[in-house]
Design a protein around this ligand. Structure first.
Ligand code: TRP
Ligand code: ZN
Length: 902
């Protein structure tokens, strides 16, 4: 299992493959202990490169036979590669036949062919196909696949692979077979098979293009009634891609299969998407509104890969963001279009930016920082990151903004005209976008724009405004810089689109007239910053305006601007851009938090509570105004009333004391809970959703705000001793007609540490003990809840002894371990270092059987260098203990090595 010496792979070392594989015919005799795989390939030398031996990748395979053109052949093993040196010369096709066996039941890594709940599944991205058979396991080798599956019929009645079912029937000894042909050529990472006892929800559709398609969602018997939302999401995705981009489904049959053992969210195998159950199964009684939204988004994401990823794929894994950044951009746009109203779109945008800033910005500032198109990697699985996905999507979004909506559609069209059926690079995508829009600022700054792909780190944009009352002008100076990242010192300037507007002192949107404009036009425009520094001057400005900069988060940068409190209150109350309106509130909250953290006068009592006031009256009043504002949507209010996270606050500091941050943020929450008590009651009562459950954005927003209000009411009760609201919360928990309301009530009791939490948790478990995804929530809530008296770590250890805890199941492992180590900083960063020791133990334990999951957990310590003592020294010791283990996987070794590097 261990690779021995891990070597870094360099992007610039890319060379075309020495051979092409045109067709592959696979026959599987499926058996959990010993599966036989016969692979018949037609291969051909790539005459464009010097003649070389054929080197096929393989991992944990037993090789039984190799034949060339029907006869025996010499071969050798080099490391894990099968090497054939004496293949016929010239460009004539060669028939290569390889017979291997593997043991799916022993496959605990969930990469390659594995068994989950007596069902066979595959996961081949990025390099899992080599664990099934010897192959040129790289994305630029694209072949036509024919697949025959043979298995016991009673145990494995359903046999699925990519493409169309062309034959099926009975075999001897109770076995049967199915033969599948994929009409599209594809790289090996898109291969899939599934075999087991499954049932399907089916739907026939006719596309805009006039073709009929069969859609199927396969799940375990008993889960069928939880597939309606996934099917609806799939139909909506198909319709959306046709309407927005003119991209139609190119298969007669499109299948989704759910498995409860999966390392990631889902996988876009051509025509046979495989999903984590978390992103398929939903009913109103088991799934929250957030689950419903995530299902829509992930179903969309995988479906959109059918074009952006499958029809046009990546030349090599350094180009991963070519498909992932673009497909995340597409799923974000899909969710926004589905949400409908301007306000609901803004809510989705704020949620996406929040993820970017709380997860990707720290990644970009830490030891694993890498460009959207990395230059090197040890283990590719470590590079399925928020930088590749979410920052990659922002880079596509900037292109969208620079060429406009129509221009972007033209660019996509040209991209497919040029590259359909090919394996290409990030450069190819931007080039198509620019060539389709030659007059755009993208085309005019193309080479410079590409630095977004090559330079890591989060750029900083500093803005400074200067009002000249005599000249009635307002001059804005914008400058940019970017901190160094590992392996990258000085950075060149980026192309940064800054969308902006100006507000008058009364909050009105001012008409914009730049120096040189004949007259004022519009209240918003996008300035493209290409130089290290530039100035723009607006004329005919009657009084000092408040700038609203980086509207809609028009570039993935940190904006530094010295707003006064009054400026921010003005923006929060009046900005026409909902993103910046929210952002103004976040800046105010952050400013207060940082001030209190630095103020030695702010201290906690023995219960960990701060007794004095930390919130200025103006802030409380502004929050009250938002809560009471009848023209704002509930979902938006909920976002404004949520303070910046502990992690986000930590990122703004040079030296981090996680306990101090936790104490101060909790004090701010407690004060908001108490000062706005009447408003929380009102918000709760005004945002009930009686009647039939619907997960639409408006209803979900109301439930989110009502749930938040309940949380605050229980929090206030903790200090006031009030029993009314905890009692009401328990009642709501018992009576709720949907999981969103039930779970938010449960969470309110648990998070406030109320004595009713215990009976509620017990009741919840009894009700849902047979629902794996709900049991995951039950674990996650307890491991992620606010720490009082250091009681969370012992509770986490107890949870791991619970009969329902299963370390080998990734969802369950994440629900306890990741919820504690990644999502609960106040409980994890203990002055005795016990949290870090627990982390190290779990990383080592997980690495013994699932390196991908172990490596994700290892990332929890990325930002250890920012920690204050004693945390820093304790963290280093824990990381060093992990690094000292001799037989670590490449996955974990790469992460801890980078964490410890100077
Ligand atoms: N390509 C998948 C997606 O983004 C990601 C994925 C699923 C994956 N399973 C994986 C990546 C396993 C690496 C390893 O949609
Ligand atoms: Zn993807």
């Amino acid at each position: 299992m261990r690779e021995g010496q891990a070597t870094a792979i360099q992007r610039l070392d890319y060379t075309a493959p020495a051979f092409w594989i045109d067709t592959v015919d696979l026959t599987f005799d499926l058996d959990p202990a010993k599966t036989r795989v016969l692979s018949k390939m037609r291969i051909r030398r790539n005459m464009d490169v010097p003649a070389q031996p054929l080197r096929l990748d393989g991992e944990e395979l037993n090789l039984a036979r190799v034949m060339v053109n029907g006869g025996g052949t010499s071969f050798k093993m080099e490391g894990s590669q099968l090497v054939l040196e004496n293949l016929p010369e010239g460009d004539a096709p060669i028939d290569l036949e390889i017979f291997t066996t593997c043991a799916p039941i022993k496959n605990t890594q969930l990469s390659g062919l594995y068994v989950s709940n007596d069902t066979f599944f595959t996961q081949c991205e990025a390099e899992g196909f080599r664990r099934i058979t010897y192959f040129l396991d790289r994305p630029d080798v694209m072949a036509m696949y024919t697949v025959t599956l043979r298995a016991n019929k009673a145990q494995y009645p359903v046999l699925l692979s990519n493409g169309n079912l062309v034959d099926s029937g009975e075999l001897e000894d109770g076995r049967h077979f199915a033969k599948w042909v994929d009409p599209h050529k594809k790289p090996s990472y898109l291969f899939a098979l599934v075999a087991g006892k499954l049932v399907a929800r089916e739907q026939q559709i006719r596309s805009r293009a006039g073709n009929n398609h069969l859609l199927q969602v396969f799940v375990r018997p008993g889960d069928l009634e939880k597939t309606e939302h996934a099917m609806n999401s799939l139909m909506a995705s198909i319709a959306w891609d046709e309407a927005r981009f003119g991209l139609s489904l190119d298969l007669d049959r499109f299948m989704i299969v759910a498995t409860s053992d999966f390392n990631m969210g889902a996988m876009e195998n051509k025509g046979l998407n495989i999903f984590n159950t978390k992103y398929v199964l939903a009913s109103q009684s088991t799934a929250t509104d957030v689950d419903f939204a995530n299902i829509e988004s992930v179903v969309g994401h995988e479906y959109f890969h059918n074009w952006t990823g499958d029809r046009v794929t990546c030349r090599d894994w350094f180009q991963l963001s070519l498909k992932e950044g673009l497909t995340v951009f597409r799923d974000q746009e899909f969710s926004m279009d589905m949400a409908g109203s301007t306000s609901a779109r803004a809510v989705k945008r704020i949620e996406d930016v929040r993820v970017l800033r709380t997860v990707q910005f720290p990644e970009d500032a830490g030891p694993m920082a890498h460009p959207v198109r990395p230059d090197s990697y040890v283990e590719i699985n470590n590079f399925y990151t928020v930088t590749i996905y979410e920052k990659g999507a922002e880079v596509v979004r900037m292109q969208h903004n620079l060429v406009g909506r129509e221009g972007f559609a033209k660019g996509m069209k040209l991209y497919f005209e040029r590259h359909d059926g090919q394996a290409v690079t990030c450069d190819d995508f931007v080039q198509a976008m620019a060539d389709a829009n030659p007059e755009s600022p993208l085309a005019q700054n193309l080479e410079q724009f590409k630095r977004w792909y090559s330079q890591a780190g989060t750029p900083r944009v500093a803005a400074q405004g200067r009002y000249d009352a005599d000249a009635r002008t307002y001059t804005l100076a914008l400058s940019q810089s970017c901190p160094a990242t590992p392996g990258q010192g000085d950075k060149q300037p980026f192309v940064i689109p800054v969308t902006l507007g100006l507000l008058g002192a009364d909050g009105s949107a001012l008409p914009l007239q730049q120096q040189g404009d004949a007259h004022a036009g519009g209240t918003e425009r996008t300035i493209v910053l290409t130089e290290p520094r530039m100035e723009i001057t607006f004329v005919n400005v009657d009084s000092a305006p408040v700038p609203s900069l980086l509207r809609g988060f028009s570039a993935p940068v940190v904006l530094e601007c010295e707003f006064s409190d009054a400026d921010l209150l003005n923006l929060l109350a009046h900005d026409g851009d909902p993103f910046n309106r929210w952002e103004a509130g976040q800046r105010l909250g952050l400013r207060i938090a940082l001030g209190a953290i630095a103020n030695p006068g702010v201290t906690a009592n023995a219960q960990g509570d701060v007794e004095q006031s930390v919130l200025p009256a103006s802030f409380v009043q502004a929050m009250r105004d938002v809560l009471r504002n009848p023209s704002l949507d509930a979902a938006f209010k909920e976002l404004v009333l949520t303070l910046p996270s502990e992690g986000y606050i930590a990122e703004q500091m040079d030296e981090v004391d996680p306990q101090r941050i936790h104490t101060v943020r909790e004090a701010m929450r407690a004060e908001l809970a108490a000062s706005l008590h009447e408003d929380w009651i009102q918000a709760f009562e005004d945002n009930q959703t009686p009647g039939a459950y619907s997960p639409d954005a408006t209803s979900a927003g109301r439930r989110a705000l009502a749930g938040h209000a309940l949380n605050m009411l229980c929090l206030a009760a903790r200090r006031s001793g009030d029993t009314l609201w905890p009692g009401k919360t328990y009642q709501r928990f018992k009576d709720a007609g949907n999981m969103t309301d039930r779970f938010s009530a449960l969470a309110a009791l648990v998070n406030s540490g109320h004595e009713l939490a215990r009976p509620a948790l017990e009741r919840f478990h009894a009700l849902f003990k047979d629902e794996d995804l709900v049991v995951d929530k039950w674990f996650a809530l307890q491991a992620g809840t606010s720490d009082r008296n250091g009681n969370i770590l012992p509770a986490v250890r107890e949870l791991m002894k619970h009969p329902d805890f299963q370390l080998k199941n990734p969802n369950r492992a994440r629900s306890v371990i990741f919820s504690y180590c990644n999502a609960n900083p106040g409980a994890f960063h203990r002055a005795d270092g016990a949290g870090y020791a627990y982390w190290a133990d779990r990383v080592l334990e997980l690495d013994g059987f699932n390196p991908q999951v172990a490596s994700r957990l290892a990332r929890a310590m990325d930002r250890w260098r920012k920690l204050a003592e004693p945390y820093r020294a304790l963290a280093r010791a824990a990381i060093e203990r992990v690094a000292a283990k001799p037989d670590l996987s490449n996955d974990v070794r790469e992460v801890v090595t980078r964490a410890l590097a100077d």
